[in-house]
Design a protein. Structure first.
Lengths: 193, 282
């Protein structure tokens, strides 16, 4: 009755694996060790279909120190932080904050995102905030399309939005823009695109 | 939380309300005015950082939101209408409350003391305190049926669940006004937010599922309190059978006698005017 798994050596956690989990926990202000894999987050996430590693698997891999696997997943770039999972989690794990932390560690290490369009989009938004203090949707969309070398998809949506006066031609601006720009240098909020 | 609200309430509109969803902004102001409160836009407010700042840089997200907190007048609540901005501003406030270093940095940067008692409220809080059911002379929305769509606005990270989520507030308010609530299972399904731009292939089926469920529930319209949800439901629904998506604030403003503003409805991509006319509301 020996199953093959009984012959495997017990899992050995290295110091490195603990360091990674500790870093994620401290950045995210949450405790990933609390997760007991009930899969509630998996079952409520509207976007699991677009993720290559499920959210509960991400938590377990963080504990195992599998940083490369986690940081190269599409999951961390697909999560939009809707907090549906946080609301249902019986262990109060802040999944959205874990994803934020992982994204930031990936950027720090210069790991190219598995969903590059997401980073291009976020950077287009941040550039707009740096320039005007507010988001200028028309310019963001155009920039995103250009950087993504995809000018023509969604043309119909854009035209509809223009026709319904949902895209302003001119940006709305913050007057004391230098106050906003200074924040970008404090926080090293540089563009990563 | 039961403090009385001042007549003039400082107000943070946020980028969506100021641009893509002007009809949401205008109807909200009209609605609040009918309830006796004037919304005073925060002077020179900046973007709260949206999903992008906290996605890439937590420090920047806190700083961008903090500038707005520093602009808020003392001893008054700050009203935020966009659920996403609300969460960002509350999160920054929460972080500043618990982190001494961040707080002293804040005080140095903005040259004013941090106010741990600043109350950051949504207009749901205002409605909750006013109690629509006690309000006289409301126009009837009888004949209109709806499904209430909250998207992710009821969901909060674990450490912030002390804020009231107001589950069921839209249903309660609208049925008080005579409209008919149609039960359904998609009221708290996320609309996809920015993935709508980046991965329309992922978001379109989700939105179709939401729209399909609303049609199946035999609702005349979907009611939402979020400008982002409103936009995504309108632009990403691909099914032939679509029903109008109404801003909660629009329906409330109509009920309070401000129905003359057809300009609001011509900004919708799914035209609600025929429906509102057929129900005798416009």
């Amino acid at each position: 009755m020996n199953s093959p798994s009984q012959n495997k050596p017990a899992l050995k956690l290295s110091r490195h694996s603990r360091d990674f989990a500790n870093k994620v926990n401290s950045l995210a202000h949450t405790d990933t060790r609390m997760c007991f894999q009930c899969q509630a987050c998996y079952n409520t996430c509207p976007f699991v279909g677009a993720m290559d590693v499920t959210p509960p698997a991400i938590l377990r891999l963080v504990l195992l120190g599998e940083d490369k696997l986690v940081l190269n997943s599409t999951t961390i770039w697909t999560c939009v932080g809707c907090h549906t999972c946080s609301t249902i989690c019986p262990q109060n794990v802040d999944m959205g904050a874990v994803m934020d932390a992982l994204r930031q560690i990936a950027l720090e290490r210069g790991i190219a995102p598995a969903q590059p369009e997401v980073l291009i989009f976020h950077n287009a938004i941040l550039d707009s905030i740096k320039k005007y203090g507010r988001t200028h949707k028309l310019e963001i969309m155009l920039r995103y399309k250009m950087k993504n070398l995809d000018l023509f998809s969604d043309m119909d949506v854009g035209l509809k939005m223009l026709a319904k006066r949902k895209l302003d031609m001119l940006p709305s601006r913050v007057k004391k823009i230098e106050q906003v720009r200074r924040l970008f240098s404090y926080s090293n909020g540089k563009s990563n695109g | 939380m039961a403090k009385k609200l001042p007549k003039r309430i400082p107000y943070f509109p946020g980028c969506s309300m100021a641009t893509t969803a002007k009809e949401n902004n205008q109807s909200l102001k009209a609605m609040c005015e009918s309830l006796g409160h004037k919304l005073i836009e925060l002077k020179d407010w900046n973007c709260c950082g949206s999903s992008s700042a906290h996605s890439l840089n937590n420090g920047l997200a806190i700083d961008l939101a903090s500038r707005n907190l520093a602009l808020a007048p003392k001893n008054r609540p700050l009203l935020v209408a966009c659920p996403s901005c609300l969460l960002r501003l509350r999160h920054a406030h929460h972080h500043l409350c618990r982190d001494y270093e961040a707080r002293s940095q804040y005080e140095k940067t903005w040259d004013r003391p941090f106010d741990p008692d600043l109350e950051i409220i949504h207009y749901f809080d205002l409605l909750d305190r006013v109690g629509l059911e006690n309000w006289p002379s409301l126009k009837n929305l009888r004949g209109l049926s709806f499904v209430a769509y909250y998207g992710c606005m009821l969901a909060q990270p674990p450490e912030m669940q002390h804020y009231q989520a107001h589950r069921g507030l839209m249903e309660k308010a609208l049925t008080t006004l005579g409209a008919q609530d149609r039960p359904w299972g998609y009221g708290a399904r996320c609309c996809g937010t920015f993935l709508s731009v980046v991965r329309p292939d992922v978001v379109a089926p989700l939105v179709d599922e939401i729209m399909g469920a609303a049609v199946q529930a035999k609702a005349d319209c979907i009611v939402t309190a979020c400008a982002m949800c409103h936009l995504n439901l309108e632009i990403r629904a691909t099914a032939k059978r679509k029903i109008p998506v109404m801003h909660f604030s629009e329906l409330l403003a109509i009920a309070m006698g401000d129905a003359g503003k057809k300009d609001w409805f011509s900004r919708h991509i799914i035209d609600p005017i025929p429906l509102l006319r057929a129900r005798g509301i416009l």
